[in-house]
Design a protein around this ligand. Structure first.
Ligand code: GTP
Length: 322
């Protein structure tokens, strides 16, 4: 039995307006919500029960995921009336795991906006072997300025948590997947806004707790910006395209460069779509061209419209700054 908590309650402000009606973890990547990709990865690593820590637009998750039986994993839900931050969310969700006092059961925690193919089962094994308090997945990025840096010593122990900075001292960053000993959750105050990155981890390091890094540089992407969301979907789909079974694509339409099309769409003749995410129930009129763009659910695109590098819905069209 391995237990998990998936943090899906953030406001996703960097993805507004895409996140106005859809929480960031429910946005589609290669035709499936980000959360669904993460649940499948958790299951592959042996996670049997997972709590979705929800807050913003919490009502969207339950109708889609239910009790998790469709994915062969038990899903429970925790709701924060007002967002408690990543640490407060973990504390709130852990109550739903009903762990007996004194348990050593590792708890796996995932940021809900990360696509990662790292070996989670190995991360859990190392955590157990080290008898660690926390084991974080760390990865390397070319430019670490947008991330918190996490230096480790020669034994793999984390020495500090550093805020985003102009001249990062290392390009080793927190990749957003943690294994916790349950006692770490006891250190978080209930019903209080707490950040796991800014409050909990630095306090644990200062207290000399055993915080280890599990460093692996396999595919990893934080999908928190429009450009990254599109890139993640393109990467997963590949050079070609992916279309949901209930969509109708005219024979003369051309789809390519990792385009994905959700359920119930109609794509008319002569339409060209490259590198784009087309959500559900979208109609694209004949002769239109859509490139590196995100078309929200229910959008009707008139014939002969050009949408290049934008996100687009019935009411909104805004530049992506790609
Ligand atoms: P931005 O506002 O664009 O930064 O996005 P965000 O709100 O998702 O914040 P961030 O990227 O820092 O969050 C990392 C992960 O933690 C995401 O999966 C969020 O859904 C989740 N998260 C952030 N804050 C909270 C919170 O207060 N409660 C819960 N349950 N999850 C949170």
């Amino acid at each position: 039995m391995t237990l998990g908590i998936l943090l899906v309650g953030g406001m996703g402000t960097r993805l507004m307006p895409l996140t106005r009606d859809t929480p960031k973890p429910m946005l589609p990547i290669a035709g499936l919500p980000v959360t669904e990709h993460q649940l499948m990865a958790a299951k592959r690593a042996g996670v049997t029960t997972i709590v979705l820590a929800t807050s913003y637009l919490s009502e969207i998750f339950t109708p889609y995921f239910g009790d998790g039986s469709r994915w062969g994993i038990n899903i429970a839900y925790a709701v924060e009336e007002t967002p408690l931050g990543t640490g407060g969310a973990i504390k709130n969700a852990a109550a739903a795991l009903n762990l007996p006092a004194g348990s050593d059961e590792p708890i796996v925690i995932f940021n809900g906006d990360v696509l990662s193919s790292h070996n989670l089962a190995k991360q859990i094994q190392e955590h157990i072997a080290h008898k660690a308090d926390v084991t974080l997945h760390l990865t390397h990025v070319a430019d670490a300025r947008a991330y918190g840096c996490v230096p480790v010593d020669e034994n793999g122990r984390v020495t500090a948590f550093l805020e985003k900075m102009e001249n990062p001292i290392t390009n080793t960053i927190n990749a957003g997947s943690y294994v916790f000993h349950p006692s770490v959750i006891d250190t978080i105050t209930a019903n209080t806004v707490v950040s796991v990155e800014r409050d909990v981890f630095p306090a644990l390091v200062a207290a000399g707790k055993k915080i280890y890094g599990y460093v692996e540089d396999s595919y990893w992407l934080d999908i928190g910006t429009p450009a990254a969301l599109l890139a993640g979907s393109q990467h997963l789909v590949g050079a070609d395209f992916k279309v949901a079974a209930t969509s109708q694509i005219a024979p003369t339409a051309q789809l390519s460069e990792g385009t994905s099309v959700g359920q119930g769409c109609t794509i008319e003749g002569g339409v060209v779509i490259r590198g784009s995410i087309i959500c559900a129930d979208v109609h694209i009129g004949a002769g239109s061209e859509v490139v590196n763009s995100f078309i929200a659910s229910g959008t009707r695109v008139a014939a002969n419209t050009k949408i290049i590098g934008n996100y687009y819905s019935n009411e909104l069209i805004s530049p992506l700054n790609l």
